[in-house]
Design a protein around this ligand. Structure first.
Ligand code: UDP
Length: 477
């Protein structure tokens, strides 16, 4: 078949691994069905991506784009992984500067794209797609409960009045949610969100709410990484009352295989697995707070000492972004690494770890997670119970939702300042991983494999999704 006959999808994810990975998983699924994919990101992000299997690599075109220069953004920063979370707005500003070059890329693309799939950072893409007559879809990487909490685009964009006026309103269940729900933010999370939003708005000139609202508003359709088996009531609410346009659940997109997450020729894995192989079955806690959150110095200390106090073996992945002045922003307590290395209690991995492979190892007993949606899907797909410590964005909502589903517990934080203690870390860890009282969480998490790890269910969603893309194209021509 000539290239011109192959359906062509352009993917434009935000520059964070938590966005790139599901966009790439989706690209792989579509390439397996014969689609041609142009996957757009910065050179550094593209280098970090998991390997693409050889049988589809010719169908996934990795397109490297150079970010424009922006004041206060060091030239090494091409991804959120390079930056502390409170400096990400500079990267957002650089990303916004891609509008002209992306418009020209799309206009000159051969074959002409049949679809553009983007997420909320590229809120400016729908008008470009419309002008070129290309259907565009917002790929929602959070679950339906989260997008429902955010509310209708017109409210987010400031077009219609927001019924949530006071802090009390914001802390409650949104008025448009018609059923009982515990999916709400805590006070310290709202205070933090407000601070970040104000800083973002000052740097990028685009209110965060406007960005989120218009990316949904401008889309022809919303694809959401969720399934009715997990949250049918939320999905219905999102389609009918929130987005008010077609909302297509495309399934949970579980990672295609643990091995596909390696991009280091297996060397890192050899060293890691040697340590994991020595641990008892289901005894180790895997600890990662993702690629965007930056804990405070006190949080790092309490987390480290809590792990030590729990006396459980742990595997801790530490990301160490540089502050804008180039300093390390992640400082472990004095003597901690020496003690851990002498006792052999833990493995500290600085940098990038093959998370899915580690979670799949039989020695893993649970996951201390920041509750990013990718991490949750990966963990529950393997039946690992959760010890939850949300930091940013929607992570708090995910934690409340999962506590409701009884697949783990949240480490308690002070309601006002969000602080937590080493004792509560240790207690929560022991409860979920070893205590008899924690058995129901472990059982429930194992049951979740039936939804999060079910490949047949996933294939059914992808088949429906592919039909949707193809039929839509037929409707348009
Ligand atoms: N990840 C990984 N190795 C690491 C850190 C993260 O493979 O050392 C992957 C992880 O498996 C997940 C993604 O990066 O797929 C993080 O996404 P998530 O939504 O959990 O969190 P975010 O980083 O967006 O906060």
């Amino acid at each position: 078949m000539e290239n011109e006959d192959i359906p062509h999808v352009v993917m434009v994810p935000w520059l964070a691994m938590g966005h790139l990975i599901p966009f790439l998983e989706l690209s792989k699924c579509l390439a397996l069905k014969g689609f041609l994919i142009s996957f757009i990101s910065t050179p550094k992000n593209i280098e970090k991506l998991p390997k693409i299997p050889e049988n589809i690599s010719s169908l996934i075109n990795l397109v490297k784009i150079q970010l424009p220069q922006v004041d206060n953004l060091p030239d090494y920063a091409e991804s959120t992984i390079d930056l502390p979370s409170d400096k990400v707005h500079y990267l957002m500003k650089a990303f916004d500067g891609l509008q002209v070059s992306l418009a020209s890329y799309l206009e000159n693309s051969v074959p002409i794209p049949n679809w553009i799939i983007y997420d909320s950072a590229a809120y400016w893409l729908p008008p470009i797609a419309n002008k070129l007559g290309i259907p565009c879809a917002y790929f929602c990487l959070v679950n339906a409960a989260t997008i429902a909490w955010n509310g209708p685009p017109s409210i987010l964009m400031g077009i219609t009045e927001n019924p949530r006026k006071t802090l009390e309103d914001i802390l409650g269940v949104p008025p448009w949610v018609p059923f009982p729900s515990k999916v709400v933010y805590r006070l310290h999370e709202i205070l933090r969100l407000m601070k970040i939003y104000n800083e973002d708005n000052n740097v990028t000139d685009v209110p965060q709410g406007y960005r989120a609202g218009s990316s949904v508003q401008g889309a022809d359709v919303v694809f959401i990484r969720s399934c009715t088996e997990f949250e049918s009531d939320w999905l219905q609410l999102v389609e009918q009352k929130i987005c008010q346009k077609p909302v297509v659940p495309i399934g949970l997109l579980p990672p295609s295989s643990a091995r596909s997450y390696d991009n280091d020729n297996g060397e890192i894995w050899r060293e890691i697995s040697e340590w994991l192989d020595k641990q008892k079955k289901e005894s180790v806690v895997y600890v990662s707070i993702g690629t965007e959150a930056t804990p405070t110095e006190e949080e790092v200390v309490e987390l480290a000492l809590g792990l030590e106090l729990s006396q459980l073996p742990f595997f801790w992945v530490i990301r160490n972004p540089k502050s804008l002045s180039g300093d390390d922003s992640f400082k472990l307590p004095d003597g901690f690494e020496d003690r851990i290395s002498v006792s052999g209690q833990g493995y500290i991995c600085k940098g990038w770890a093959p998370q899915v492979r580690i979670l799949a190892h039989p020695s893993i007993g649970g996951f201390l997670t920041h509750c990013g949606w990718n991490s949750i899907i990966e963990s529950l797909g393997l039946g690992r119970a959760l010890i939850m410590l949300p930091f940013l964005g929607e992570q708090g909502l995910n934690a409340r939702m999962l506590e409701e589903r009884k697949v783990g517990i949240e480490i308690p934080r002070d309601e006002r300042d969000g602080s937590f203690t080493r004792d509560s870390v240790a207690k929560s860890l022991r409860m979920v991983i070893v205590d008899d009282d924690g058995e129901p969480f472990r059982t429930k998490a194992r049951e979740m494999i039936g939804i999060f790890g079910d490949r047949d269910l996933h294939d059914q969603y992808i088949d429906k999704f592919v039909r949707y893309l193809q039929d839509y194209k037929l409707k348009e021509t």
